[in-house]
Design a protein around this ligand. Structure first.
Ligand code: TXA
Ligand code: MG
Length: 345
């Protein structure tokens, strides 16, 4: 299949992409978080193509992307008042809500669950495609399953050229990590995945929020979990990733003492000079966490190279968006973290 490349700024792109979606094929779409691999979320056969293209386990449900918050009632029932408040405050934007699914949502989309995840992305071209298609878009991150997510059209081309009908190029993604997922079928609401909408912002609206254990620890692959996607290996280059925590100096000392040819260092821009002999790659500035979230997946993809043996990674501390960056890096590292200050003692 020849993949069609469509620019988000070309006037005919939204209609062309919507026509492909209506015909049951796959279109990669830009969003503010990461690129998604979109299909008609109400068409089982179209949705099956997503699982096939990504190599995704069948029990891992997809997010339904809406063009407007008003569409939530078409696909969800027993919607708590809190969901409307969250939609009002954070949509369009990087927030996904898990709600009871109406029967019109195929179980192939929900991975067999009776709940469905919905989100309204902050990308005008993608909302226009959804509106013109007249159906919600089921769209996982467009990466091949297990690999770091796609934050540019080039990443999508790398993973899917010749295997999907079209890619809409909307430039690099602003947030760079996937949406925050909150499960509103639980009381209090439960954070299933941190992202661009922070736990602090959610608590300000909801009052209370529990954090699912899949966010903070490795989950056994046979475990029954709220977000099935969280138990699979994720976001990772092929080589081992080791997070080196602690002060700048202690971390540099640890890395220099353990560095071997073929290793790389994934660090903050402010630290590049500390690692000049250790093949460093900066993914953003420690002083501006949004640059870290925006740059993380592109950096992890660059490090996904057979020549790379191990990656020593520096991880931001604290809450807010840093919490989401920590979550993705810890998952990429399989929660392998070395405290450089303890290692010194
Ligand atoms: O930012 C995003 O959310 C991106 C863009 C494309 O919108 N999409 C994305 O989709 O990250 P995906 O499939 O890579 O991740 C969706 C996550 C998975 O971990 C899945 O298990 C979880 O959402 N999920 C989907 N439906 C669910 C449900 N009904 N209950 C619990 N978790 C659900
Ligand atoms: Mg994903």
């Amino acid at each position: 299949m020849e993949t069609l490349y469509l620019s988000a700024s070309a006037p005919e792109t939204a209609q062309t992409a919507a026509d492909i979606i209506k015909s049951g094929d796959l279109v990669a779409i830009p969003t503010e978080t990461v690129y998604g691999l979109g299909a008609n979320g109400l068409d089982e056969d179209a949705v099956a193509k997503i699982f096939q293209a990504k190599g995704r386990p069948q029990d891992n449900p997809l997010i339904l992307h809406l063009s407007d918050a008003a569409e939530m009632d078409r696909y969800c029932h027993t919607i708590p008042e809190a969901a409307y408040r969250l939609a009002e405050k954070f949509w369009p934007g990087p927030l996904t809500m898990v709600l009871p699914a109406k029967d019109c949502v195929p179980r192939r989309t929900t991975g067999g669950l009776d709940t469905v995840a919905v989100r309204c992305p902050d990308s005008p071209i993608t909302r226009e495609i959804i509106r013109l298609a007249g159906v919600p878009l089921a769209a996982p991150s467009a990466n091949i399953s297990g690999k770091p997510s796609t934050t540019t059209a080039e990443h999508v081309r790398h993973d899917h050229d010749g295997r999907i009908a079209a890619i809409v190029d909307g430039g690099p993604c602003r947030v760079g990590v996937e949406s925050t997922i909150v499960d509103l079928t639980d009381s209090p609401a439960r954070l299933l995945r941190p992202g661009g909408i922070t736990p602090e912002q959610l608590v300000a609206v909801l009052g209370e929020l529990t954090v699912d254990k899949a966010v903070t620890a490795q989950i056994d692959k046979d475990a029954v979990v709220k977000a099935p996607g969280m138990k699979y290996k994720h976001y990772a280059p092929d080589c081992a990733v080791i997070i080196v925590s602690g002060s700048r100096d202690a971390a540099a000392k640890y890395v220099h003492a353990n560095y071997q040819p073929g290793d790389r260092v994934l660090c903050f821009a402010e630290e590049l000079s500390l690692y000049s002999n250790c093949a460093p790659l900066a993914y953003g500035k420690e002083a501006d966490v949004n640059t870290l979230s925006a740059g993380l997946f592109a950096a992890l993809r660059e490090l996904d190279d057979p020549a790379v043996k191990r990656v020593f990674a520096r991880c931001p501390v604290g809450g807010g968006v840093a919490y989401a960056v920590q979550n993705r890096l810890k998952k990429a590292a399989g929660f392998h973290i070395i405290n450089a200050e303890e290692a010194e003692r």
